[in-house]
Write a protein that binds this ligand. Structure first.
Ligand SMILES: Cc1cc2nc3c(=O)[nH]c(=O)nc-3n(C[C@H](O)[C@H](O)[C@H](O)COP(=O)(O)OP(=O)(O)OC[C@H]3O[C@@H](n4cnc5c(N)ncnc54)[C@H](O)[C@@H]3O)c2cc1C
Length: 387
């Protein structure tokens, strides 16, 4: 192969599409269902950091990512509304917006409209992968190194080891990347840049028409039968974890969920009255680069001649990384222009379920949920819901 890509999340899938398009012979290896890492843990909104981290992500989202996805038949939805803390000049220039019905506007603040869009998560993975299944192998990738080069990647498929000899490797293994790179080059300043943070999601679902579909610091997905809100209690900072599972699943901190839910209830006090309401929660690890949530990494791995690491920070970054990746790979090798058949390709390869469709996730009705989380917040939390 010219290039073997490790990881079947959004970054690996976008990289595969871009490199195949440039004429490189490629294989993608992923050890779970496609997207089963952070990609299908996400809220599924094209987060540009609310413009707080400069113009690059908003421009990439509106000029590259949105047309790319719409061109492949994905329906993007939502107007986004943000209520910034007072005196934040970064939000200057955004048009004002009114809040959707049922929301309680916090006194002294105003709502602004954002250009971000939401995307159906599982469909995103299906659309990115459907024309490349014959390039994908399902299994755990093991790298084989000779000196400064990784010249083969092996995968165990149906009891046999398939060995792909390759000229370059792209590590797009999300939360598995740090462990994989440390196994290859040890602890380096570059691997130290990769960090993992735990993020909680509160999922709120009700029959279509019962909840507003405009998003307000939470993602709202308007599905055929229902609207689902994804609410993230803000968790900037906090401890970083090194040892995280490759599929990004994390233990839930119920007190954090209770605090986040109390805030949601203050903003949307009509929630308990909604008929057919269902609520659940989960947590996931996300990989970040350095200390800023918007940083991404796409570079040659120090200590190797032909391994490139591609880590986005959010669902927009993969397209920016794919441009850099094309340049780095182009500097290393010429495309061979062929796509040799791969033994075991496509076997067991499928898009994963979004977390709230998985058997281990449980939806609760209002009575069950409020008994657990409102009591928890009343007992243990020192602050009022509005704070
Ligand atoms: C709870 C949560 C909510 C989020 N919400 C948003 C959001 O709304 N908007 C946004 O823009 N961003 C969001 N993010 C961040 C976003 O989801 C990630 O930045 C993005 O999905 C990362 O994609 P990826 O392809 O790099 O990694 P992943 O999606 O994690 O994919 C990596 C894949 O590599 C595989 N893998 C790992 N090691 C190996 C190996 N050795 N061999 C083979 N395969 C391997 C894993 O199984 C995994 O499927 C969220 C993240 C989390 C955790």
């Amino acid at each position: 192969m010219d290039v073997v890509i490790i990881g079947g999340g959004i970054q690996g899938l976008v990289a595969l599409d871009a490199l195949v398009e440039k004429g490189y012979s490629c294989a993608l290896v992923s050890d779970g269902d496609l997207g089963s890492g952070q990609t299908l843990h996400s809220h599924g909104y094209l987060n540009t950091g609310f413009g707080m981290y400069g113009p690059e992500l908003p421009r990439a989202s509106s000029e590259v990512v949105q047309p790319y996805l719409e061109g492949r038949g994905l329906e993007l939805s939502q107007d986004w509304v943000v209520i910034p803390p007072p005196g934040m000049p970064l939000f200057d220039g955004l048009p004002t917006a009114s809040l959707p019905g049922g929301f309680a506007m916090p006194p002294g603040l105003k709502a602004l409209r954002l250009p971000d869009r939401s995307v159906p998560k599982r469909r995103l993975v299906e659309v990115l992968s459907e024309s490349h299944r014959d390039r994908m192998l399902r299994g755990h990738a093991t790298l084989h190194r000779t000196g400064a080069r990784v010249d083969a990647v092996s995968v165990r498929i149906a009891g046999d080891d398939v060995v792909l000899s390759t000229r370059a490797v792209v590590v797009a293994a999300g939360c598995g990347s740090k462990r994989l790179l440390q196994g290859l080059v040890g602890q380096t300043p570059q691997t130290e840049q990769i960090k993992h943070r735990r993020v909680h999601m509160i999922c709120v679902r009700a029959p279509r028409g019962s909840l507003p579909t405009t998003s307000m610091m939470l993602a709202a997905h308007d599905q055929p039968d229902n609207v689902t809100w994804y609410v993230t209690p803000m968790e900037m900072g906090g401890p970083w974890s090194d040892d995280v599972p490759d599929d990004a699943a994390a233990e839930v901190d119920h007190e954090r969920v209770a605090r986040g839910f109390a805030t949601l209830l203050a903003l949307y006090p009509r929630l308990p009255e909604v008929d057919g309401l269902e609520i659940g929660c989960y947590a996931g690890y996300r990989q970040d680069v350095g200390d800023m949530p918007a940083n991404r990494m796409c570079e040659l791995v120090a200590g190797t001649d032909n391994v490139i690491v591609a880590l986005p920070s959010g669902l927009v970054g993969p397209w920016l990384n794919a441009v850099t990746l094309g340049e780095i790979v182009g500097g290393l090798i010429e495309p061979s222009g062929s796509q040799p058949a791969l033994p075991g390709a496509g076997l067991g390869v499928q898009a994963g379920d979004v977390v709230e469709d998985r058997p281990e996730f449980s939806w609760m009705g209002w009575d069950q949920w409020s008994k657990k989380y409102l009591q928890l917040s009343a007992q243990r939390l020192p602050t009022s819901p509005a704070s």
